[in-house]
Ligand binder design. Structure first.
Ligand code: ADP
Ligand code: MG
Length: 570
């Protein structure tokens, strides 16, 4: 394969993002400049005004909350902007910075330019959110071959191990900010999504928030009164405790603020109790996915756990109780989606190792149009939703309905197109409209054929045809409310080109300095003085501009620094 034909697979997560490439020995994750497979989905401004991406930005969430932003995937496809210093940023732009950083990591690893990608998105992402993801990729200089649903990617990563089996999968993906459930079927090398469901506002971060609220109450810390810096620091202490609880039954930590020293302590039982309202929300989407697929729980062959938050004991035991068996977690839950995106990239590049594996996809939401219902003779109630392509229909798909005018003398039919699951259009998302002219005065005879065609890349074509005249109106739904136009993308692309981005080799140093600063904030007394000395030492090394000396200094400090970092949890 020619180098420039390489397609990379990207898991663009709410919390962490990863990049993968398909090789002769299967999907292979690519490390970032810091040697890690996981790049935190965080963006920030450095003191000198240049951009920080990934770990360095995440570390500064604690010390510089006004100059750092994360969790922006929640705002994909909306007009919401995050403020960083003087400038406001759309979620597409912030995502583009992450994507560009992953693209550069892949290029450094492969030794040649890369400009094609497969990107995974949550299964319930609507059309607007999918388009926003594609726009982000364009801004980052990547052509999206296709988007793949995250749970589909996960099953693809697992499914490869046993290609000839006939298997029904349930994929449970609890990430930082999103919850995804899917039912997939693999039959003689064909993978089909049968159903998907989820909760856009449920993730591991909510468990951290719940623990924080409880611990602050216990310790009598007034969270409202904490400065952003102190709040972020408390949150990261609590987050570490949450992680510890997946291994031990109790986690303790220390939080110092102003002149007070707070002891925090949480048992696994207490954690389960305070997060019970969140854990409860996991059940419904699972039930809905299973019933949408027309299955019963005992017809599921394999249950796959995906996303960092499925490590939590309360989540695993809930699934075990529901299905009366243990879920699988052979693959690292943090890596699964990226590995699957890598497999999909291999498929798109027609990699020979994947010759027999084909796959299909489903429409993630119902598509339809507005109709009026006759409540009594000649009295119509508008606003009803008529579904035409139902959620979880295998795509590509084309379906049609016949509609007729309501009144005598009507010379056109206006079609308003919506997506969503609600019976009234006001509760769904309007994605387009269309007008078709008809000969007036023939109320009962005039008919219009409405056809929806939906393809695998998420583009909907709607055609309305007057049957008597043969006249057609057509709309291709791409530019949606809340998504960026081509011009806007071009403009943002230009703006991004002028940005000063920290070079890859500097990332390691910036990240290390940020770690030292975080440590300094969290410690007191002698230990704080010790960290101050480390900072001086490291800054002196940086001043020398001698790469070898800097690396040596970093190496020397690594041990004492990581020892100090791990001791707030005892
Ligand atoms: P996303 O898909 O949103 O990027 P990830 O799959 O990377 O998210 O999961 C991130 C979430 O997993 C975070 O909320 C993080 O706190 C949580 N997480 C990761 N490891 C653990 C662990 N050992 N115990 C508890 N939660 C964890
Ligand atoms: Mg994820």
């Amino acid at each position: 394969m020619n180098g420039s034909d390489t397609i990379i697979g990207i898991d663009l997560g709410t919390t962490n993002s990863l990049v993968c490439v398909f090789t002769a020995s299967g999907p292979e994750l690519i490390p970032n400049a810091l040697g890690s497979f996981m790049t935190p989905s965080a963006v920030g401004l450095a003191d000198d005004g240049s951009m920080l991406i990934g770990q360095a930005a995440k570390d500064r969430l604690v010390t510089h909350p006004q100059l750092t932003t994360a969790r922006f995937k929640r705002y994909m496809g909306t007009d919401h902007e995050a403020r960083l210093g003087k400038k406001s940023w759309r979620a597409e732009e912030l995502s583009a910075l992450i994507l560009r950083s992953l693209k550069e990591d892949a290029e450094a690893h492969l030794g040649h330019p890369v400009n094609r990608a497969i990107i995974s998105v949550p299964a319930y992402f609507n059309d607007v959110q999918r388009k926003a993801t594609m726009a982000a990729a364009r801004i980052a200089g990547l052509n999206v071959e296709r988007l793949v649903n995250e749970p589909t990617a996960a099953a693809l990563a697992y499914g490869l191990q046993d290609r000839d089996a006939e298997t029904t999968f349930l994929v449970v993906d609890l990430g930082g900010g999103t919850f995804d459930v899917s039912i997939l079927e693999m039959f003689s090398g064909v993978m089909e999504v049968r159903a998907s469901s989820g909760d856009a506002f449920l993730g591991g971060e909510d468990f951290t928030d719940a623990a924080l609220k409880h611990l602050a109450q216990q310790a009598d810390i007034n969270v409202e009164k904490l400065e952003p810096e102190a709040y972020s620091r408390l949150r990261s202490v609590v987050d570490k405790m949450k992680h510890r609880l997946t291994e031990t039954h109790q986690a303790n930590a220390n939080f110092s603020h102003k002149k007070s020293d707070y002891q925090l302590s949480l048992t696994r039982e207490m954690f389960e109790e305070i997060t019970a309202p969140l854990t409860k929300r996991i059940r419904l989407p699972i039930q809905r996915a299973i019933s949408d697929a027309g299955l019963k729980a005992d017809q599921i062959d394999r249950i796959l756990m995906v996303g960092g938050a499925t490590r939590m004991d309360c989540v695993r035991s809930l699934i075990t109780r529901l299905f009366k068996r243990f879920p699988e977690h052979d693959l690292n839950p943090d890596h699964v989606v990226a590995l699957g995106a890598g497999v999909q990239a291999g498929l798109a590049a027609r990699h020979e190792a994947l010759d027999d594996l084909v796959m299909t996809d489903v429409a993630p939401f119902t598509l339809g149009y507005e109709v009026a219902v006759e409540v009594k003779t000649d009295t119509f109630e508008f606003g009803h939703f008529a579904p035409l392509i139902e959620r979880n229909t295998v795509v590509p798909v084309s379906r049609s309905h016949t509609v007729n005018p309501l009144k005598k003398g009507q010379d056109r039919i206006e079609l308003k197109i919506y997506q969503g699951e609600a019976p009234f259009v006001k509760d769904n998302v309007k994605i387009g409209e269309l007008q078709v002219h008809i000969p007036p005065n023939k109320k009962d005879l005039e008919l219009v054929d409405v056809r929806f065609t939906y393809d695998t890349s998420g583009i909907l074509e709607v055609v309305a045809k007057s049957i008597s005249t043969g006249k057609e109106s057509r709309v291709v739904i791409e530019g949606n409310p809340g998504s960026m136009t081509q011009d806007e993308v071009e403009n943002r692309l230009k703006a991004l080109e002028g940005l000063k981005i920290h070079p890859r080799e500097q990332q390691e140093n910036t990240a290390f300095l940020a770690r030292l600063a975080t440590l300094y904030e969290g410690l007191l007394g002698d230990e704080r003085q010790l960290v101050a000395r480390f900072i001086q030492e490291f800054e002196a090394a940086l001043h020398s501009q001698d790469a070898k000396l800097i690396a040596e200094c970093r190496k020397e400090l690594e041990d004492p620094v990581s020892r100090l970092e791990s001791q707030d949890v005892f």
